[in-house]
Design a protein around this ligand. Sequence first.
Ligand code: FDA
Length: 308
Amino acid sequence: MGIGTEWYRKTLLTITGIPLVEKLSTTYGKRLASRFIAGETLEEALDEIEALGKLGIMATLDHLGEGIQQLSEAAAYKEQYLKLIEGIAARKVNSNVSLKPTQMGLALNQEACCSNIREVVKHARRYRNFVRIDMENTPYTQATIDIVRRLHKEGLKNVGTVLQAYLFRTEQDAKDLLRERVNLRLVKGAYKESSDVAYQKTAEVIESFKNIIKLHLDNGVYTAIASHDDAIISWVKAYVRTKRIQKHAFEFQMLYGLRMNEQARLAKEGYRIRCYVPYGVMWYPYFTRRLAEKPANLMMVLKNMSAL
Ligand code: FDA
């Protein structure tokens, strides 16, 4: 990713915040977004997960929704998550759960958000499942980590979160959470963050990413490495080979609709690979972050457009 790509990412993340762009996209973009979304209903998403399972690909299921306005919406999303956990168990598919803290009310009331998440995590524990709390933008970083730590201390070990390599603070967070053996997904970071808090250069983000991956693998904690980047994936493969780290000590993760052949190939090679499967009607912010990540994603969507 060079300077051109950095410019592209920032521009797209900026224009997608404009209401007119949102209106046009939500009116015309639904079929285009379906490239990245596994359906609007739980059943549709579970069908996709079942198909992935046949290829040896595990899943993490996400009910789309973020930036809610009222706590009643958070309560409704929480109910959806309880059903989703039951749906995974009923269909006996290999999937855990991912959720966004603002969807559970983090921007409105941290305490209420924590109780919503606690309820979901306890429900998941009844079904021997795991809940990953996605990491959103920096106003929520500390609060998200606090909630996950608190639940961990309460004995709920089936909850983990995400660390973003682009943040300056992440190396320290990684060390702290490692001590508490919190299960982490490591990513580059998907939001627009300022140079006060985040690396802006690709090379710096990659170096930080490799450092936190190494820290985890070297300490023998289970590590989820979420990236579509061949350079990162090959580097991880070489690193674990040199260090004689077993394939079951870590997993790769990728997003639904991206590099599906590569996901199947990794599964065939015996690596653990998990696909992040989002579903639901609130697809706009998720979709635009995917477009911002890579011009090729936008090109893929535009190519499909001519076929509509
Ligand atoms: P990036 O987009 O940087 O591309 C680097 C290179 O990878 C490209 O130049 C190309 O070579 C290759 N590549 C990438 N996409 C490709 C494609 N479609 N086809 C072919 N080659 C491709 N972020 C966040 O802030 N909070 C979160 O909770 C999460 N959660 C999350 C879960 C999962 C499962 C994933 C995969 C990602 C996230 N992310 C996230 C998003 C993450 O932070 C990041 O924005 C994206 O993964 C993009 O970075 P990559 O490392 O994937 O490749």
